[in-house]
Each structure stands twice: as structure tokens, then as C-alpha cells.
Design a protein around this ligand. Structure first.
Ligand SMILES: [Cu+2]
Length: 66
């Protein structure tokens, strides 16, 4: 398992949190959003999903991974 914390711009409320967490779980990873820190801690199995796919899933929801 890999753990990476991403800085994500554009998240502002609980709806954003669930959108991001749902998007990440949709590609087979787990996400924990810290709204005030603007971070998303992701945990994933690098044999199953790449970090790029996770980033794209978040960006597809309209947020910027910086
Ligand atoms: Cu929101």
C-alpha cells in the first residue's frame, strides 16, 4: 500500500469532500479529505491503481491537484 497526501484546490464544503472521496474510491483507492488544510490523503495499492489515475479522478470532479 502507498500513502500520498495531495494538495487539492477548490474544495469548499462537505459536498466537495464527498465528491472527492467518492471519485477516489471509484478508482479503487481510499481518500481522507482535510478541508481546512486543502489536502487529500490517499491510500492505494500501486499494483491496482496509479497515482495519476487517482489525480485524474479528482480533477474530473472539477478540483485542481497542485
Ligand atoms: Cu463544496
Amino acid at each position: 500500500m502507498s500513502n500520498v497526501t495531495l494538495n487539492v484546490e477548490g474544495m469548499s464544503c462537505g459536498h466537495c469532500v464527498s465528491a472527492v472521496e467518492k471519485a477516489v474510491s471509484g478508482v479503487g483507492a481510499a481518500a481522507k479529505v482535510d478541508l481546512s488544510a486543502k489536502t487529500v490523503a490517499v491510500e492505494y495499492d500501486e499494483n491496482k491503481v496509479s497515482l495519476n489515475v487517482i489525480k485524474e479522478a479528482i480533477e474530473d470532479q472539477g478540483y485542481d491537484v497542485v
